[in-house]
Design a binder for this molecule. Sequence first.
Ligand code: NCD
Ligand code: ZN
Ligand code: ZN
Length: 426
Amino acid sequence: EVLDATGLHVLPGAIDAHVHFREPGYTHKEDWDTGTAAAAMGGVTTVFEMPNTIPPTSTPEGLRAKLEAASKARVDFGIYGLLAEDNLQHIAALVEGGVAAFKLYMGNTFGNIPSPSTGGMLEGFEVVAKHGLRISLHAETASIMALRQQRLEAAGRRDPLAHLASRPAIVASEAVSRAALLAEWTGARIHILHISSGDELRPLREAKARGVDITGETCPHYLLFDEHAYSEVGPVIRVNPPVREKHHQEALWAGLADGTIDMIATDHAPHDPEEKTRANIWQVDCGFPGVETQMPLMLTQVAQGRLSLTDYVRLSAGAPARAFGLFPRKGALVPGADADIAVVDLAARDSIRAAGLHSRAKVTPFEGMAVQGIPRHTLVRGRFVMRDRRLVEGTGGWGQSVRRVQAMPAPAPRNLDQTTETITAR
Ligand code: NCD
Ligand code: ZN
Ligand code: ZN
């Protein structure tokens, strides 16, 4: 099979550290076939999939059910194990069974996953630190403010700090600070998911300066939408955490530019169109699909000069490969990457259409948005899974767990860094 790549660019396939493929349990929203089809169409060759399914990926049985569902994957995948207060006795078995990282919910989320107390979190960090796997955190919680308000209300008093509870960005920064401190105490490696505000950057930057092994991601929706989206896009934009004011959006771009934010992930969170368009806004499910639209949206930013192509490759592939132990084999700017490739047409133009998405959830806040830069072919470990904008038949099941890559010995970093620098400096 000769590939004519005249006029095209060859990039490492994107590694998306944050997707929800919903199977088992919520297959009316998505499953591993439709989810990884969307990934293949989007130039994404590896995904890390979240544990808020039914059953949650919190026990060996939950992991077995998840791996069974993932056996039809078209792209490579890491499975997140849940780290909660009540499953610490299962952590070793989850690691043994092949989870690639852990997920801890500090605040409320879809699927009624309980959040650990701070003490429970500390213990969880200690347990996972022994295994060396990264813990990704939904670092959003209103708990301090909620507890405070409950106490004051019970005492019949007004809360003079009530205005802070309506400033969730402040609450998120408290969560990031607390997580970073617990990571520092325990030596756990952590990752801050879906950074949506400028407030989270200071504790992230400070923790990095103290030597904490901490990384952070933001998502295309926080970079491309601001508070106007609520009136302009409508209820579909509802996502947790919410898109915020313009000044937060600008802070996130600055955080990408100065290296505080390490990577772009999508928080691909599909829901049925009916679940996204309910009349009562508070009953609209949070999240929307993103794995298929990330690359066109971000390559559009490259075309517009807001991001260099080299930086895009670092943010979409190199940084997640390093953070999750896939370096240098997957998505790295080095020899030895295992042929996970997105062949892209940087000149091609299109517009995003929900009806054309391969996710089961045909709904997107990016509807109608003009894009420039489209993945034309996707290869996973050297094999086409998407060719000429079409899924390749018979590739369901080609996707494998990334644990085999994580288990490889780490390379000597010096030469690899020089390679990266040479490319950056060009
Ligand atoms: C996610 C989901 O639907 O699973 N929703 C969301 O709005 N981001 C959950 C999450 O990432 O917290
Ligand atoms: Zn979350
Ligand atoms: Zn999520």
